[in-house]
Design a protein. Structure first.
Length: 250
């Protein structure tokens, strides 16, 4: 069994300025699968054509992030964005369907002004809605704990154990965990234990080296061990390469 590796086009192949051009670059480098954070930087039709022309499979996109330039990075946990979250989820669905994508990371958002209690309430409501709405389109809803030590200081969901608590509380078959070795190593460690314990809840995996978020070569994480571990536990899903190349992507 070989691992199914997906190039993350939001981080890799940035030698090519447009997202559309990165589809061909990934294909030329030998990838069959790709993912990207924010396909909304281009028109739906342009990236739909680029993906089709490259002949690669789109594994994952993020849901609409909000106004990134004004400090938003996800809407699901923002009390003042309830309706916008639902409205923009439809835009995200349109992109996913155009790309043939079956997984969507529903980003929680940042917490500069709201209390944790208020954000948790709306987050759970919106995740219930998203899990159900996306199930109707055969798209898996994913949540991902993101580290607040190096990457996104004010992100709402940072704890893998809290993420699992939310998934269990919502108890919807279409809500899964996005397990990113980079973020989990920084926040919690215990990669082997966490992977084995939470494997039934995992819908997607991503990797990058710690601490620089580079290729899975030298660094804190022993990736030869990780790749063997994934085979040993029977993980057959995709592995997103969400890393920042230290050299040319190719």
């Amino acid at each position: 069994m070989s691992h199914k590796l997906a190039a993350n086009l939001s981080m890799m192949f940035k030698e090519h300025p447009s997202l559309s051009a990165r589809y061909k670059a990934a294909k030329d480098a030998g990838f069959k699968y790709v993912e990207c954070g924010f396909p909304y930087v281009e028109t739906l039709e342009s990236i739909k054509q680029a993906r089709a022309a490259a002949g690669v499979e789109q594994i994952l996109i993020n849901a609409w992030p909000g106004d990134i330039q004004n400090g938003e990075l996800g809407l699901a946990a923002l009390p003042n964005k309830r309706q916008e979250f639902k409205d923009k989820l439809e835009t995200s669905i349109d992109y996913a369907k155009a790309l043939g994508c079956k997984r969507m990371h529903v980003m929680a958002g940042l917490k500069p002004v709201f209390t944790d209690e208020a954000m948790e309430e709306v987050y759970l409501d919106n995740l219930r809605y998203a899990a159900d709405r996306l199930s109707k389109e055969n798209i898996m809803a994913l949540i991902e704990p993101i580290n607040n030590r190096l990457t996104i200081p004010k992100y709402f969901l940072t704890d893998i154990h809290k993420a699992i608590e939310y998934i269990k509380k919502i108890d919807h078959p279409n809500l899964k965990l996005q397990f990113d070795f980079f973020h989990i190593q920084i926040m919690d460690g215990n990669l082997t234990g966490n992977l084995k314990k939470y494997l039934p809840y995992i819908g997607h995996i991503q990797i990058a080296q710690v601490p620089d978020r580079g290729e899975p070569t030298d660094g804190e994480i022993d990736f030869p061990y990780v790749f063997k571990l994934l085979k040993d536990v029977g993980y057959t899903g995709y592995i997103g390469l969400e890393y920042i190349p230290r050299v040319q992507s190719e």
